[in-house]
Design a protein around this ligand. Sequence first.
Ligand code: COA
Length: 317
Amino acid sequence: MIYARIAGTGSYLPEKVLTNLDLEKMMDTSDQWIRERTGIERRHIAADGETTVDMAERAARAALEAAGYGPQDVDFIAFGTTTPDMVFPNCGVLLQARLGCRGAPAFSVETACSGFMYALSIADKFVRAGEAKRALVIGAETLSRIVDWSDRSSAVLFGDGAGAVVLEPADAPGIFSTHLHADGRYKDLLYCGGGTDLSKTRRTIAMSGNEVFKVAVGTLGKAIKETLEANRIECSGLDWLVPHQANLRIIQATARRLGLPMERVITTVQEHGNTSAASVPLALDTAVRSGRIRRGQLLLLEAFGGGFTWASGLVRY
Ligand code: COA
């Protein structure tokens, strides 16, 4: 039996930091309001001309280095993003060209904030089927380019960045299971136009914050329970919850419902804001590099985003 395991992680954050105090100068908001409602203190913003693939390349190279592989070893690229550089070629292909690893499949997945988790699930299946041996899984976003900077209720939430993992085959899991879901009935609560439906004239993020909040908390609790039940373990058996970093209150409410102490939850939303598909791999890499997440520990990853889409998975790091 072949399983997939995480051989290495990497991430990248743009140099420019936008604090809540900076936002106070740009719009009618306050550091106190943003902290109290979201936990966010600062976020990173891509430089002029810096793209999603620019950031992904940095994260990918860091993950490959951590795994002890080179770009030539990569034989599969699954790229989660909602802010692609171009309509086509997709970001996976653009990244492949940068890395110089030719011929292998490379594609992007557009499931908003769940993009990395969907990409991870697909890559896991290819590794387990014996069809990929060094799979690069990316989550990268330049949300600052699709944020409506005149809408204070959403503009304060988002940031830019990239995260990556390299998967390799192993005799034991690695990835125990992943669980993907979507419910298109919620399509109008969180969306961004700009595609070929010209009636969707809004090309920036539109969000009904309160409704999104409520559905997110309920759905994520169920997603975590589904993953625990599928693997016949209790919450107490987890070393870490690595949640989607949308809002500290959503993370706290989810943890509370599960009876999971916040000491066992990785939070980076304070520093990164919501980086959509990049948020889970960014949180994972941050915790790995700071020494909090260690080899052999059991992690539950989860994400929730526009669509709605949501996903979770159990991983032994
Ligand atoms: N600064 C100051 N005041 C703000 C503000 C800001 N940035 N944004 C909104 N407000 C005001 C509103 O205008 C409203 O004022 P009013 O009562 O005078 O009308 C008040 O704050 C409360 O707004 P409300 O939308 O009810 O706040 P909230 O407690 O629901 O918090 C969010 C708003 C967006 C932080 C919260 O709903 C949320 O996090 N939702 C989930 C969003 C999310 O995670 N999306 C991504 C999912 S992947």
